[in-house]
Design a binder for this molecule. Structure first.
Ligand code: ATP
Length: 277
C-alpha cells in the first residue's frame, strides 16, 4: 500500500524577506519563531505555548510560503502534507497518517507541522438525519471523521504545545468543523490577503531579486496594471520574463520581455493554439 510521507525540508531556507505583504502579521509570526527557537524559555516563563495557527486566504497568495518562512526563520524541520492526502476510503488509513506525521514531528522537535488544504479533511462533521432519526454515513464520510478526530486528539495532546507548532491552511474557512476552531486547537488565525498595488509591487521586487532584471524595467507599472494577479501569478510572470529574455538572447530582462510574458500568461492558450496551428 502506497503511503504518502510528509515532505521534510531539514530547514526550508525560506525567510520572511521572501514573502511580501505580511507586515501586518509579522509580529505574530515572529512570536512563533521566538517560541520555536527556545520553547523551554516560554515554559520557564509560564507562557502558554502557541498550539495551532490557521492561515486563511485565497489560493496563490502565499500561505505555504508563510508556513515555510516560519520554519525557515527558526531553522527547524518542516513537515508538510496536503489535506487531500489523508482522505482515503480505507478505514483508519487517514488517522494513521496523522499519527505518523505528528510522531515524526515530535521526535524532531522543535518543528513545524503544516497541513495545506486542511478543509479537505476537516470539513464540518455532519450526520444526515433520516426520517427515522438514523444517522446515514457513507464510508468516506466516516473515514474523514475518524481522521479529523485523530487530528483533534493530536492538537489536544500534551506534546503539541511542547515545541511542535501546527499550521493549517485553507481558503474555505466556512467549511471547517467548529471543533477545530475551539481555543487550544487553532488559537490563532492569520489572514493572508490578496495583494493590492503595493503588495503586488513588493512581490514583484522579491522575485526580481532572484533573476537578472534590467534597472530600466518599471515594476510599479506592472503592479498597477495587473489587478487581481496573485503572488503565484506574479512569481510566474518573473520566471516567464526570464525565459523570454533568454530566448531572445538578452543578458537581462527588458521591459519588452516583461510585456511578452504578460501577454503569454494572459492569452497563453490562444497563442499556443496559433503556434501549434
Ligand atoms: P495555495 O492555497 O494554492 O496552496 P498559497 O496561498 O499556499 O496557495 P503559495 O503556494 O505559498 O500560495 O504561493 C505560490 C508561490 O507564489 C510561492 O512559492 C511564491 O513564489 C509566490 N508567492 C505567493 N504569494 C507570495 C507573496 N506574498 N510574496 C512572495 N511570493 C509569493
Amino acid at each position: 500500500q502506497s503511503k504518502p510521507q510528509a515532505r521534510v525540508d531539514g530547514s526550508t531556507g525560506v525567510k520572511f524577506s521572501d514573502v511580501a505583504g505580511i507586515d501586518e502579521a509579522v509580529e505574530e509570526l515572529l512570536e512563533l519563531v521566538r517560541y520555536l527557537k527556545n520553547p523551554e524559555l516560554f515554559d520557564k516563563m509560564g507562557i502558554k505555548p502557541p498550539h495551532g495557527v490557521l492561515l486563511e486566504g485565497p489560493p496563490g497568495c502565499g500561505k505555504t510560503l508563510v508556513a515555510k518562512a516560519i520554519a525557515g526563520e527558526a531553522g527547524v524541520p518542516f513537515y508538510q502534507m496536503a489535506g487531500s492526502e489523508f482522505v482515503e476510503v480505507l478505514v483508519g488509513v487517514g488517522s494513521a497518517r496523522i499519527r505518523d506525521l505528528f510522531k515524526r514531528a515530535k521526535v524532531n522537535k522543535p518543528s513545524v507541522v503544516f497541513i495545506d488544504e486542511i478543509d479537505a479533511l476537516a470539513t464540518r462533521r455532519q450526520g444526515i438525519f433520516s426520517e427515522s432519526t438514523n444517522y446515514l454515513y457513507n464510508a468516506a464520510t466516516q473515514e474523514r471523521e475518524t481522521t479529523l478526530n485523530q487530528l483533534l486528539i493530536e492538537l489536544d495532546g500534551f506534546d503539541t504545545g511542547k515545541g511542535v507548532i501546527f499550521l493549517g491552511a485553507t481558503n474555505r474557512m466556512d467549511l471547517l468543523d467548529p471543533a477545530l476552531l475551539r481555543p487550544g486547537r487553532f488559537d490563532r488565525k492569520i489572514r493572508i490577503r490578496p495583494p493590492g498595488v503595493k503588495g503586488r509591487l513588493d512581490i514583484l521586487k522579491v522575485h526580481a531579486r532572484k533573476v537578472k532584471m534590467s534597472p530600466s524595467v518599471d515594476l510599479s507599472a506592472y503592479a498597477q496594471n495587473l489587478p487581481g494577479w496573485t503572488g503565484a501569478k506574479l512569481a510566474q510572470l518573473i520566471q516567464e520574463s526570464a525565459l523570454v529574455a533568454v530566448r531572445k538572447g538578452h543578458d537581462s530582462i527588458l521591459q519588452s520581455d516583461m510585456d511578452d510574458a504578460v501577454d503569454r500568461l494572459t492569452v497563453g492558450p490562444k497563442r499556443l493554439g496559433i503556434e501549434l496551428g
